[in-house]
Design a protein around this ligand. Structure first.
Ligand code: CP
Length: 317
């Protein structure tokens, strides 16, 4: 794998391979020493032009736990503030000899453009409304951990699908792994055309709740929404929020998922976020081994034997 730009570049076999590798790295994360020398000598740049807590931190941890050198680039404290262009910025970083650039940007398509300006591997950490492939991988891993596989599972993705890169990546990955996806939300928050999307659509969350394996709540992105799309947050919660009452109608073995950050009291009530069926922190935890797997596939040499558990092969932090 040269880059990871989109789930659309991954076949079902590629997804299965990355999830298997994730399980391997997850096992390493249970050890006293969580660090292995798989990417020793490699350099990974975190280039975040948009805010992040989960994705940036877990990519950073993942790279360090593979023994890569990590450089963090923040647009807000860089020469971007002096007007340097994206291309000049990327070429400047590349000239220092880096192996991978993990990029988040508010504009769709930026990671693919970067591949034209650098010889480094590019990993998409979220671009505009377009894609968030490592989020999809960690979501698939979380579901697989609970149910064994995604095959035949019924998953509702509820909320602002139109502005959601998470939804686009999840729909693609979930359906490639055999799940059925139902989109739920107000028509104003669904894409204008769903032609070619492998999904069903339901206007009413209550009509599907009792029949779901997973209810996946999307964040209401107040920074991307115009007021014309949503009458009020109170009305949204009343129709689409996972409230205490709706929680009671979910199956006892169903999962409540959310990519974070959560708007408690809007798309998810605190009782639902803290319910034992909520796996939001499992999703976060999966982020580290998933991103280790992606970095390893993209810039690993394949010379590190993951099945070798000889004591002492780990490296001290
Ligand atoms: N899920 C997600 O991308 O979270 P961050 O914006 O905190 O990285």
């Amino acid at each position: 794998m040269r880059h990871l730009l989109s789930t659309e570049d991954l076949s079902p076999a590629d997804l299965a391979d990355l999830l298997d590798l994730t399980a391997n790295f997850a096992e390493i994360q249970t050890r006293d020493i969580k660090k292995v020398p798989a990417l020793r000598g490699k350099t990974v740049v975190m280039a975040f032009f948009e805010d992040s807590t989960r994705t940036r931190t877990s990519f950073d941890l993942a790279a360090r736990r593979l023994s890569a050198d990590v450089v963090t680039f923040s647009a807000g404290s860089s020469s971007v503030k002096k007007g340097e262009s994206l291309r000049d910025t990327v070429e400047t970083i590349s000239a220092m000899g880096v192996d991978a650039i993990v990029v988040r940007h508010a504009s769709s398509g930026v990671p693919r453009r970067l591949t034209e300006w650098t010889d480094a591997a590019v990993i998409n950490a979220g671009d505009g409304w377009h894609q968030h492939p490592t989020q999809a991988l960690l979501d698939c891993y979380t579901i697989q951990q609970r149910f064994g596989s995604l095959e035949g599972r019924r998953i509702a993705i509820c909320g602002d699908v139109n502005h959601s890169r998470v939804a686009r990546s999840d729909i693609d990955a979930f359906t490639k792994l055999g799940a059925e996806v139902v989109l739920v939300g107000p028509r104003t928050l669904l894409p204008p055309s769903l032609e070619g999307w492998p999904v069903k659509v339901e206007a009413d969350l209550d009509s599907v709740l009792g029949d779901l394996d997973v209810v996946y709540l999307l964040r209401i992105q107040q920074e991307r929404l115009g007021s014309a799309l949503l009458p009020s947050l109170r009305e949204y919660r009343a129709r689409y929020g996972l409230t205490r009452q709706r929680l009671d109608r979910l199956r006892p073995d169903a999962l409540v998922m959310h990519p974070g950050p959560m708007n408690r009291g809007v798309e998810i009530d605190p009782e639902a976020a803290d319910d034992e069926r909520a796996v939001v922190l499992d999703q976060v935890a999966a982020g580290v081994p998933v991103r280790m797997a992606v970095l390893y596939r993209v810039i690993g040499t394949g010379q590190f034997d993951l099945d070798d558990d000889t004591p002492g092969r780990e490296v001290a932090a």
